[in-house]
Every structure is written in structure tokens, then in C-alpha cells.
Ligand binder design. Sequence first.
Ligand SMILES: [Zn+2]
Ligand SMILES: [Zn+2]
Length: 309
Amino acid sequence: MITHKNQSSDIRALGLVLWQLLFTATAIYLSFSDNGAIWFLGQVLMTINLFQWFVLHHDFVHDSLFKTKILNTVFGHLSSIPTIMPYHSFKLSHHQHHIWTGWRDKDPTSPQSYLKHPPKWVIKVVNFCWKFWIPLMAPLFVLQNFWGISRLFRSFPKFTDKRNVVFSMLIILAVYGSLFIWLPGIMLKVWLMAFIMFLLISDLVLMSQHTHIDSHLANENDVKAFRFSEQTKYTRTIIYPKFVSRFIFYHFDKHAVHHQYPGVPTYYLGNFPVPEDLNIGWWEWLKRAKSLSAYDLIYSSPRESGVEL
Ligand SMILES: [Zn+2]
Ligand SMILES: [Zn+2]
């Protein structure tokens, strides 16, 4: 299925990155405005823009946006700044996700792999935030998987991995440290609200991809990873209007196709048929997902809850 037609292209990637930079500059420019309506438009565009930087970031982590590997690394560090996701931590952790999808307690990005029985107070807080649309899941996910340095060091003990992880964290800390020290007013006006709205979208996207699916528990047994082609049974595709899929998500919404072909860049995912398993319209998913508590959404499955998503 992967023909040369779907292979990464430096020209396409460069076009996309340049467009993204221009879009970022426009959103920042509008967000400087003292006219409330223009400022708000700037913030909405900035929210979309931040999410799209995440989409590109995900492809950089796969070394798939550009054909030339070094360009993915360089721009991956750049996209780690708007997304606040250290490039190397994301890369290491995300590759494990692609290996262990389908095994809830082996996939390091699934909460069941590190917190089998969350304390009652944690469940209460998480359920409350999910119910009232307070974006908590995405920041927790990022902190746990990409900033949890002791867990990262335990999972990836090689010296070069540790060094790369620390380096990619320091870049982000240096940039935000400088911005907040020298330009605190601008950060509040131009960045804060857009970033909160970005977290809100990220919460929903994160919760839509692999939660509440009849997947497996390895329970310390030696189990075999599922092949990429088998992972469609454990990966949900949310169906959005074509325009949204293409121009907002850059086809990142085709998550099951991405699990089938993790090396195909996001701009070609629309060329593939969406697998038959686990497809649902965005509105239907949202209604059903919000009818469940966050705990049930993450820790139980349709077999247990009776809610198909
Ligand atoms: Zn996934
Ligand atoms: Zn991926």
C-alpha cells in the first residue's frame, strides 16, 4: 500500500512548515490588537495553529514529515516549543505506543500501564474535570509521558537517550523562561487563552483515539505486540467534515490509518481508505463519551459499560 506516491517529500513538508509559520505570525499579529473582536479572532486562529503544530510535531517524531531525517529533528525541536512537548521524550514514548497498541498495560501512554488502581480522590478530580470541560487529561498525559524524567530514564536507560531527553526539555524551559521573564504581559495577552483552548481540543482528541475499546491486559505475561495491520481493532477514527479533516487536522484524524502505516506523512493519510473497525462521527462520539465518567472512559470497555463508542 505504501507506494512512492505516499513517501515523504521535502518540498511538500517545507511548503506546509512555511505556511504554518506564516499562519502563526498572522495569529500573533491579530492577538496583539486592542480591538476585542480582532484579538479574539487572533486567539481562535492561534488555537487552531497550536493544534496544527502538534500535528506536525507528531510527524517530526515519526521522521515522516520531511524525507530528510535531520530536518525532522531540527523542526521537531521547533514544534516542541508551541506544543510544550519535548521532542525526544515524545519520540521515545510514542514509538512504544505504536509497538504496544492493543495492550493496555504495556502501552506506556495508557494510564493502566503506570496506575492500575488510581486513588479515589484522583478519580473524583479527573471525573469532575471531564464532566465540566476543564482540560486536565491532555496536560496530565504530557506531564506523565514527556516530562516525567525519572520514568523516562527508567524506560530508556541508554546514555544517549537520557542526554537527548534532557536537551529537548532544556530548549523548552529556556524559551518559556525567557518569554515569561522578559515579556510576561505579551504572554498573557497573546498566548494564555489560546493555549488553554488548545488544551481543551487536545483533551478531546486524546480521549477519542484509544480509550474505551475492548483491548487486552497482559498482566505481567510475556505477550507479543500486535502487527500494525492488526492495530485498527484498537484505534478509533473520528469522522469529521472533510474540510475540517483536511485543513484543520491535516488528516491527523485518520488515526487508524496512521497506525497501519506509521511512516506515511500526515499529508498523504487522506489517500487511504478508513478501516472498517471503530469509526464514529465526531458529534456521536462526543455525546457518548461525555455521558461516561473519565474513569469509565479510560479504565473500562464497551463490554463492561455497554456503551459502544
Ligand atoms: Zn495512537
Ligand atoms: Zn504516531
